[in-house]
Design a binder for this molecule. Structure first.
Ligand code: NAD
Length: 519
């Protein structure tokens, strides 16, 4: 066991050592404020996707270690729950300051483990930081309601109370933002927490936990367990865990949703996507092409809100070639290289899957306008790179359309009218985001009103709301009813207690067994 105080920076130091040739460090769990070496025999390598170097090793947490983490969270709950909300908020104030202080270190760790460019990695941290800022106002957000004199001398009020031990299960694509969607809201509401970072890039979550402890979060309030399916199943099954936040694929998300719901838990599950952009012929050409290239290929297409399908309406179809020119000009390289626009995809398996889906499109009649499959990046020949790829003449029956590709691949479709384009989008099973590019208010209003997607952009390619709203994916992109962050995020992590009180001189009213009514 070692003290937590060095957690904030120790992970980064060890990651750097690994890159310079030393043995890759084995990550430890965070249990009850201590970094604890796992007794697990099996580990998973965290691999730099640009170089294939092993950055660290993730232990598959044992059942006993998992139980110890839950027990630490359970023990920490009573006193944390009773800690004044202002004190909890102040810890978030401090945490946001520390995240800003360590922004560059966090971004470097994300680029090393996940592959995205340093600038994009800073955006990853910043979008999470905004949730921490939002959590600083939790007292106002969770105010209850009061109705005076619901009956003579009787008042009723409602208060929001924390649930107990909650848990979060994270995907690989936003190693900082998504942990920060989860634990800051949960703990500021007074819960204690078990976080399971992605086994592919857990470094940023470890650093953030270190910063949270440095900011004053008491031992046991935030715990980290590493691993994959087994530890996730333990989280679903454990009676002491009251609520689970999940972000990731549909396969895992639906499994977790049903397994945890069967145990009576609350679950919010954000899952996969196929986000469409409708391009009207009256749209501003330059701005629209830039938006499509940025949202289609940024982060190598590994954002759940990436635009992966462009539906060109009428004459806008001719813009496809212009889009290909812009895409060709993007620099593909390791995320640490100056001027890199997009980095590698997360793994060799992810690259194989992306290439297979592109090929399946071609074999079923689609046209490759730009093929990024055979790209070679000088100096990073072993990296999992896929260059920007544009596949045209795509139809809704193709596998490449039906599956989430999660790579730098933009599918292009054509529609004669806005009505037809809306029909295409609405018949897709996913409902994370959809955007329209137009200068017509009438078209924009019709789109906004009729489109079946949770997050709608009008001349905005990635309409991820800031944390005073919620992240509102719908259809197959979300399971649950209370979304992440915003008011719904606070509601997810609290339960309502309604108090009815009578304070008056009580003249004897005699004994009545009838249901009390307010008259
Ligand atoms: P993933 O589902 O493979 O992994 C997510 C988490 O679930 C990991 O912690 C992993 O260990 C665990 N897990 C995976 N398979 C499991 C199983 N069978 N049983 C139990 N646990 C399991 O997802 P990923 O590849 O890390 O992330 C990419 C996916 O996440 C994409 O589908 C993307 O659209 C989605 N995503 C969605 C949002 C959103 O807000 N809607 C945001 C980011 C990513």
């Amino acid at each position: 066991r070692s003290q937590i105080s060095a957690l904030g920076t120790s992970h980064l130091t060890t990651a750097t050592e690994a890159l310079s040739g030393n043995d890759a460090p084995r990550l430890r769990n965070l249990i009850g404020g201590q970094l604890v070496e796992s007794q697990a025999r099996e580990t998973i390598d965290v691999i730099n996707p640009a170089t294939q170097e092993v950055v660290s090793q993730v232990p598959l947490t044992t059942n006993e270690e998992f139980k110890a983490a839950v027990s630490a969270a359970k023990q920490a709950f009573p006193s944390w729950r009773n800690t004044p909300i202002t004190t909890r908020q102040r810890i978030m104030f401090k945490l946001q300051e520390l995240i800003r202080r360590d922004m560059d270190k966090l971004a470097l760790n994300i680029t090393t483990e996940q592959g995205k460019t340093l600038k994009d990695a800073q955006g990853d941290v910043f979008r999470g930081l905004e949730v921490v800022e939002h959590a600083c106002g939790m007292a106002t957000l969770q105010m209850g309601e009061f109705v005076s004199n619901v009956s003579h001398g009787i008042d009723t009020f409602s208060i929001r109370e924390p649930l107990g031990v909650c848990a979060g299960i994270c995907p690989f694509n936003f190693p900082a933002m998504i942990p920060l969607w989860m634990f800051p809201v949960a703990v500021t509401c007074g819960n204690t927490y078990i976080l399971k970072p992605s086994e592919k890039d857990p470094g940023a979550a470890m650093m953030l936990a270190g910063l949270a402890m440095e900011a004053g979060l008491p031992s046991g309030v935030l715990n980290i367990v590493h691993g994959t399916n087994d530890v996730v199943n333990n989280i679903c099954d454990d009676d002491d865990i009251k609520a689970i936040s999940f972000v990731g694929s549909n396969t895992a998300g639906m499994h977790i949703y049903s397994r945890a719901a069967a145990k009576g838990k609350r679950v919010q599950s954000n899952m996969g996507a196929k986000n469409h952009a409708i391009i009207m012929p009256d749209a501003s050409v330059d701005a629209t092409l830039n938006a499509l290239a940025a949202a289609g290929f940024g982060a190598a297409g590994q954002r759940c809100m990436a635009l992966s399908t462009a539906v060109f309406v009428g004459g806008s179809r001719a813009w496809e070639e212009l889009l290909a020119e812009r895409a060709k000009a993007l620099k593909v390289s390791a995320g640490t290289e100056p001027g890199a626009d997009l980095g590698p995809v997360i793994s060799k398996q992810a690259k194989d899957r992306i290439c297979r889906l592109i090929q399946s499109g071609v074999e079923s009649g689609a046209r490759l306008v730009l093929d990024g499959r055979n790209i070679v990046v000088p100096g990073y020949e072993n990296g999992n790179f896929v260059g920007p790829t544009i596949v045209s003449d795509v139809t809704t029956d193709m596998e490449c359309y039906q599956e989430e590709i999660f790579g730098p691949v933009l599918l292009c479709m054509q529609a004669e009218t806005l009505e037809e384009a809306i029909r295409i989008v609405n018949s897709n099973k996913y409902g994370n985001g959809a955007s329209i590019f137009t200068t017509s208010g009438v078209a924009a209003r019709k789109f906004q009103h009729e489109i079946e997607a949770g997050q709608v952009g009008i001349n905005v390619p990635i309409p991820v709301p800031l944390p005073f709203f919620s992240f509102t994916g719908s259809k197959a992109s979300f399971a649950g009813d209370l979304n992440f962050y915003g008011k719904a995020g606070m509601q997810f992590y609290t339960q309502i207690k309604t108090v009815t009180q009578q304070w008056k001189d009580l003249p004897s009213q005699g004994l009545s067994l009838a249901m009390p009514t307010s008259q």
